[in-house]
Design a protein around this ligand. Sequence first.
Ligand code: ZN
Length: 159
Amino acid sequence: MSIRIIRTGNDPVLRQVAKPVPVINKGIEKLLDDMAETMYHADGVGLAAVQIGVMKRIAVVDVGEGLVELVNPNIIEKEGIQTGTEGCLSLPGLRGDVTRAQRIKVRATNRQGDSVEYVAMDLFARAIQHEIDHLDGILFIDYLQPSEIIHEQEQEFRS
Ligand code: ZN
């Protein structure tokens, strides 16, 4: 496994639409491993392949209940609304309150190539929606007015 470089800021890959994965092979398994390692190293709760410059529809999520690997994920049901604070590994120093569905059902392929479904609520649902947005070139700040984006304070001095 290896830790990949996370693309940030105005990097154009963050605005591209990722392509479906036709088949799970060794390369995809290695990519899933690297994505999980990169996410944990960065202390994130989710990571999309586009964030490491790979334009494939793959995301990993772990909100503290174990690693979930999603290849070609699609949200097939959405219910309710929730509003909560989000940040993004690709937008360091920014955060803001985003309204999303409170409960979702997502269908994806796992690393064995099987079709799987997850019912996700609350933070788990939020993280999946955030990651699937990345696969379509969408960032959480797109839902916010400039005045709603919080810039974390710079340190005034370093000693
Ligand atoms: Zn993100």
